[in-house]
Design a protein around this ligand. Structure first.
Ligand code: 9G3
Length: 573
């Protein structure tokens, strides 16, 4: 492809609105353009990358016997009412009406539509197992669309759904999908890790997330350096260590002045102590509009997913300032469990094992020291209500957990019969007995995978694409208009294409510096610089984008050389 024939609007300046590196580089290298908040156009270069990721996904889905379909983006409300998700998902679901005032939504996912297809068309166990997948545009009205393709309101997702006769079949299907995901992310050339995850709101029994490891990732994961255990911190179980705490004899409760000290660190500084002697009191509002208090140690973080699961609710928001003031008769920052009436109190295990600790006194600028549960206040429930963190004991070895950041690019779920029961998706076994199909669902964010690839593969000059998903393998950069440069360029351009190498030829009338900058920005894995100086010696320069390593090669040997690098090392066949 010639640059003059390709729409690649690169930007020299950093776009102000982009908060993360992948978003900045996608805009700057002309991969995407914003149309509205969370809504993007894929430009020619960006679409090439998207198609490459899709192709890898297709090949691996087909390989495990999943069959490609394309379900409609418009989804009738009736199906969503059957699973009660029409009401469950509020404003995130984009709703609309047709000319007859019938309700529809723009599909945010397709459990309902695919389960409807199944119940209409599948009768017999002989038709099972069945796995269908699609690569399709999805819609979710995110509160805060951001980070470019990372969290859009319209995005491309590969979603797959499996139907099996029983749990055992479903587990096998899940396992083969899990292995396919491993192959997919390995083939894209990304560093990733599969971690145990929460099934969250969708329900179901088992779930893993595939995380691309990147310091800029939104997700925090814990892993055991001595076993294969890894989990999202929201999910990671923290084993009770109540017994390991020495129980000190209770000391008399004392109210002390802590002027202006609101945060854990401020209180520690005033009282000359450490965060593990402090208990934070977090006030939350539940869907039935009541307040609950959650106690976690000062050096721990409350985990809202775990609290929600314990209370069997699907929404939990930190109480606003007025509610905190009304409940505690004090400004925020001084809440505590002593004398906190009419509020249910949950305590994390670590708090359960503590004695003589510090809590807020529900009074401005005051804290209690030597607080003890049961004597000074009553706990309604003790459990695992905090986030795992580095240094916590691994549930699978004697090692301590470590943390890493990641970007969730894939998620696999075992769903059980939740959807098939709600929608009556059944099959008949060999005896003619009716059973609910056992389901699984499996997603990959295609655009997010591209964004994550950039988060993991860039430098201060631009993108450094992994070979398998690069928009082009080679960027040809003739630096002058001389006859010899043009002649060698044309020959190489034809020859590389003949060899199935994807070449972008910068045939613009631009200075060498401009071409080099754009080539580094766009990030093809190899650049070939054709200049008069080299040609005087009969050579051209080959630059590897990622390492910056330059080698001098004979034009006649370039194709062979690149074939070797791209098709052998690049792992593409
Ligand atoms: C909704 C809205 C947002 C949603 C969902 C439904 C997330 C929803 C979870 C999933 C689960 C799996 C198939 C592919 C793999 C993931 N956000 N989820 O169900 F109506 Cl507005 O999408 N679906």
């Amino acid at each position: 492809m010639r640059t003059t024939h390709m729409f690649i609007p690169t930007l020299r300046e950093d776009p102000g609105e982009a908060e993360v590196i992948s978003h900045r580089l996608m805009l700057r290298s002309g991969l995407i353009r914003k149309v509205a908040a969370g809504i993007y156009s894929y430009l020619p270069l960006g679409l090439r990358v998207i198609r490459k990721v899709e192709q890898i996904i297709r090949e691996e889905m087909n390989r495990i016997g999943a069959q490609e379909v394309l379900l409609p983006a418009l989804s009738p409300a009736e199906l969503w009412k059957e699973t009660e998700r029409w009401d469950f998902y509020g404003k995130e679901l984009i709703r609309l009406q047709d000319r007859h005032d019938r309700d529809f939504c723009l599909g945010p996912t397709h459990e309902e539509v695919v389960t409807d297809l199944f119940r209409r068309e599948v009768r017999s166990y002989r038709q099972l197992p069945l796995t269908l997948y699609q690569i399709q545009t999805k819609f979710r009205d995110e509160i805060r669309p951001r980070f470019g393709l990372m969290r859009g309101r319209e995005f491309i997702m590969k979603d797959a759904y499996s139907f099996d006769q029983n749990e055992e079949g479903s587990r096998k299907n899940y396992q083969s999908m899990y292995e396919a995901y491993h192959r997919i992310f390995t083939r894209t050339g990304l560093q990733f890790r599969a971690v145990e995850a929460d099934t969250g709101l969708i329900g179901g029994t088992s779930s893993h997330e595939f995380m691309v490891l990147a310091n800029t990732g939104e997700e925090l994961i814990v892993f055991d350096p001595e076993s294969s255990y890894a989990a999202n911190v929201e999910r990671a179980e923290v084993v009770s260590d109540m017994a390991s705490h020495p129980v000190e004899p209770p000391q008399p409760l004392k109210k002390v002045s802590t002027p202006q000290a609101k945060t854990v660190m401020e209180v520690c500084s005033v009282l000359d102590t450490t965060p593990d002697r402090l208990v934070k009191t977090m006030l939350y509002r539940t869907p039935d509009n009541s307040l609950i208090a959650v106690l976690v140690r000062g050096d721990h973080q409350a985990n809202e997913v775990k609290i929600q699961r314990h209370l069997n609710i699907h929404e939990l928001t930190l109480a606003d300032t007025e509610s905190v003031q009304a409940a505690t008769n004090a400004p925020t920052g001084f809440a505590g469990p002593i004398g906190l009436h009419g509020v249910k109190i949950l305590a994390d295990y670590a708090v359960g094992g503590l004695s003589n600790f510090i809590v807020g006194a529900n009074e401005a600028n005051m804290h209690y020291v030597n607080a003890n549960r049961d004597r000074d206040f009553t706990i309604d429930a003790i459990g695992d209500f905090r986030q795992a963190q580095s240094g916590d004991p691994s549930p699978h070895s004697l090692a301590k957990l470590e943390t890493a950041r990641g970007i969730e690019v894939g998620h696999v779920f075992m769903l059980g019969t939740k959807y098939s029961e709600k929608m009556g998706a059944t099959y008949l076994d060999s005896q003619g007995t009716e059973h609910f199909a056992v389901m699984g669902c499996y997603g990959i964010g295609v655009g997010r995978t591209v964004a994550a690839a950039i988060e993991q593969n860039h430098d201060d000059r631009g993108i450094t694409w992994p070979i398998p998903i690069a928009p082009f393998h080679v960027h040809l950069l003739p630096v002058t208009h001389s006859e010899s440069v043009q002649k060698v360029t044309q020959t190489l351009y034809a020859e590389l294409q003949q060899a199935n190498i994807e070449v972008l030829l910068d045939d613009r009338d631009e200075r060498a510096g401009v071409k080099f900058n754009d080539a580094d920005l766009i990030g093809a894995p190899y650049q070939v610089i054709i200049g008069d100086k080299g040609l005087a010696q009969g050579t051209i320069d080959l630059k590897e984008r990622k390492s910056g390593e330059k080698t001098t090669v004979l034009p006649s040997e370039l194709t062979k050389h690149l074939q070797e690098k791209i098709f052998k090392q690049g792992n593409i066949s």
